[in-house]
Design a protein around this ligand. Structure first.
Ligand SMILES: Cc1cc2nc3c(=O)[nH]c(=O)nc-3n(C[C@H](O)[C@H](O)[C@H](O)COP(=O)(O)OP(=O)(O)OC[C@H]3O[C@@H](n4cnc5c(N)ncnc54)[C@H](O)[C@@H]3O)c2cc1C
Length: 263
């Protein structure tokens, strides 16, 4: 074991001040604690967000679903207002990991971690959400910057995420059966600005697929998606799936998402 100090502040301002002195936030601990056990992370100070006032909760209006950073996956999945406004988002949250992960894991932790196979980043990017921090608002298109990398500055605290309500959306995940992370997950949304397609699990980080978006903006049909050639050369290849297989999954999952949205 190595030494670290532990703080559990009651306000976001106190949490941010501690992080400014080098502390690392602890949310649900579902990614951070395993990393610490494996010595992949060795923070000198833990800043537990679980007692910070006002950092959890959900607000739904006709235009947007705003989810505070410490809201657990299980609470998003079970929220009737989220289920009504953006059913794909509630379903995505309900399909993350297992019961324990969903009971502890949080939206803010998932986004700050930006695991290449995480589900939430695809919804944030696919819906064109905005990430709200203690310092600014960041557009989804600017937030995800590579493998486990985001636009967050050191000590910057995610406080909430605002998801615009789409006309329709669907998330199709092909699970890696052991971890239940996405081997490939595709989030398709018909937004006021057109179709957005975000892919997780296939590359170094979540990404939008310009070819699929262009095809689906022309003709929102599974056939249109099927005509798009998915380049495999920059996709992940590992013991679970080759890059070519992941490319095929992107195509098939997109076609299925479109079929689901067409009812
Ligand atoms: C077995 C297993 C299966 C899983 N399956 C899936 C899956 O299918 N899909 C999926 O999407 N995820 C999956 N996960 C990951 C899960 O969703 C985690 O909850 C998530 O990655 C991290 O959230 P957390 O709240 O636990 O964050 P933590 O582990 O507490 O923190 C993660 C990182 O985020 C930082 N952080 C936390 N909160 C904030 C904040 N508000 N502002 C800034 N930085 C912050 C922390 O400092 C840390 O660096 C799985 C995890 C496990 C263990």
């Amino acid at each position: 074991m190595y030494a670290f100090t532990y703080e559990a502040p009651g306000t976001a301002a106190d949490a941010a001040a501690l992080a400014g002195q080098g502390g690392q936030y602890l949310a649900g601990g579902q990614s951070l604690l395993p990393s610490m056990r494996l010595r992949l992370a060795q923070p000198g100070q833990i800043v537990d967000l679980n007692r910070v006032e006002g950092l959890a909760g959900i607000t739904v209006t006709a235009q947007a679903v705003e989810i505070r950073a410490m809201t657990r996956h299980a609470d998003v999945a079970a929220n009737p207002q989220v289920q009504a406004a953006i059913p794909a988002l509630a379903e995505l949250a309900g399909g993350i990991g297992d019961r324990q992960v969903r009971a502890r894991g949080t939206l803010g932790g998932s986004l700050a971690n930006n695991d290449p196979a995480a589900c939430y980043p695809s919804a944030v990017l696919g819906l064109g959400a905005r990430i709200i921090t203690d310092r600014r608002e960041i557009a989804a298109d600017d937030f995800f910057q590579g493998m486990y990398a985001t636009a967050l500055d050191s000590g910057e605290l995610i406080t909430a995420v605002r998801f615009p309500v789409p006309k329709k959306a669907a998330y199709l995940k092909f699970k890696q059966p052991a971890s239940r992370f996405a081997l490939v997950g595709v989030f398709v949304a018909q937004t006021q600005q057109g179709v957005r397609v975000a892919v997780t699990g296939a590359g170094l980080s979540v990404f939008r697929h310009a070819g699929l978006e262009a095809a689906l903006n022309q003709s929102f049909t599974p056939d249109a998606a099927a005509q798009v050639l998915i380049d495999h050369t920059e996709l992940n290849s590992d013991l679970h799936a080759s890059a070519r297989y992941r490319a095929q999954l992107i195509s098939v999952q997109t076609q299925r998402a479109v079929s689901q949205m067409l009812g």
